[in-house]
Design a protein around this ligand. Structure first.
Ligand code: ZN
Length: 392
């Protein structure tokens, strides 16, 4: 792999050569591009002495409008290789030159900010990008990077402000992300100032009326205030917002209907839900649970017995076995052990964008860092073999 790393700077040098020979055509009395200095630089590079090589290049490659691109390309190569300090040196050298046009200086400043981001010095990056925002026409990248910084710092108020600025000039659909930021803010302020959060949730709704997370948070507020009818009305909105998230609402709905002593209404709603979404295992299992609560274990088993052939699922099987545990003292515990392992190991949530799979709900994908792309899924029968392998 090492040889590949050498090729990258060489590619940059050939770019520089092209620029230089172009420059040469304009100034015929210039030195040959293959000057001894050039070979010295190349030699340092090949001998893994990039720091000396950079010194040679910086000295050799006078910064002017023709060579700025080459400087930028070389610095970016170093940054991509993780050699951030070298990238910073080249970018700082560029910025110090008075001959740059305002656009070139802004570009070099953006790149230097990216170096700082890579090096993890967020405060310096923030300072630099904020300075860029004071320019007459700030580079859009500065807004994007500030948004990244505020998210990393969990500074949600600033993140909201920056996202709104981006929304004002870009085509990007950023409303759902802003709604997620408001939800983050709600979770931050829930303990300290619970009175302000309902307003924040309204803001979330304003930016994304299909924000399921805001709906779940709103329902939580009503539930802790004992307003169960209002909580139910709120939770039922999720069916219209995005029915993939209904599984997240089911345990809350159960609690509300139980508190209101109205399980039969929940039963009716679940039945109608299953006529529309016949493969929603979580709803079928919840209905089984409700039947169990209302009419006992045998009724729940009968219901699942009748459902499972048409809608097989690991969790359904697991529930059925659990319900009938006493009836076969040898076989049942054995099969239950198997289904229990599958249910425990299975990933219940997955990211629609990058495929990340996990056991808990993440509104911000830990893998691809997108907002609102993780959603509840079912444990598929196709995953059985890998789920049953001994854990590492
Ligand atoms: Zn993802």
């Amino acid at each position: 792999m090492e040889w590949l790393f050498f090729l990258l700077p060489i590619a940059a040098i050939s770019g520089w050569l092209a620029a230089r020979s172009h420059y040469k055509k304009l100034n015929n009395q210039q030195n040959s591009p293959f000057s001894p200095e050039y070979f010295k630089g190349l030699n340092y590079l090949l001998n893994e002495q990039p720091d000396k090589a950079i010194d040679v290049f910086i000295r050799l490659l006078e910064v002017n409008s023709e060579t700025v691109e080459t400087h930028l390309a070389l610095a970016n190569l170093f940054r991509r290789r993780g050699e951030t300090d070298r990238a910073i040196r080249i970018h700082q050298n560029l910025i110090a030159r008075p001959s740059l046009t305002p656009q070139q200086r802004d570009q070099a400043l953006v790149e230097l900010g990216l170096d700082y981001m890579n090096a993890g010095v967020l405060d310096r990056a923030e300072h630099l990008f904020l300075e860029l925002l004071t320019k007459p026409s700030p580079p859009p990248e500065a807004y994007q990077q500030l948004l990244r910084i505020y998210q990393q710092e969990k500074n949600w108020l600033q993140a909201i402000e920056m996202a709104k600025k981006i929304q004002s000039f870009s085509q990007e659909i950023i409303g759902p992300t802003i709604a997620q930021f408001y939800c983050e803010l709600v979770e931050q302020q829930l303990a300290s100032s619970p009175d302000s959060v309902l307003d924040l949730l309204k803001q979330a709704n304003k930016h994304d009326q299909n924000c399921v997370r805001a709906t779940l948070l709103e329902a939580n507020l009503y539930m802790s205030a004992g307003k169960f009818r209002k909580a139910i009305k709120t939770l039922l909105r999720i069916e219209q917002q995005d029915n993939h998230y209904i599984p997240e609402a089911l345990p809350k709905l159960l609690e509300c209907y139980q508190q209101m002593n109205d399980l039969s209404a929940f039963n009716t709603w679940l039945e109608s839900l299953l006529t529309i979404h016949s493969n929603m295992t979580s709803a079928r299992l919840m209905l089984t649970h409700v039947i169990h609560l209302q009419h006992g274990s045998q009724a729940a088993q009968d219901y699942l017995h009748q459902q499972l052939p048409k809608h097989p699922s690991v969790e359904g099987l697991h529930t059925l076995i659990s319900l009938g545990e006493q009836s076969n003292p040898i076989l049942i515990p054995l099969v239950k052990g198997i289904t229990n392992t599958m249910v425990r190991r299975g990933s219940r949530y997955s990211c629609q964008h990058c495929g990340f799979a996990g056991k808990t709900m993440h509104w911000h994908c830990p893998s691809c860092k997108k907002w609102g792309t993780v959603r509840p899924t079912e444990i598929h029968l196709s995953a059985l073999e890998s789920l049953l392998e001994p854990s590492k």
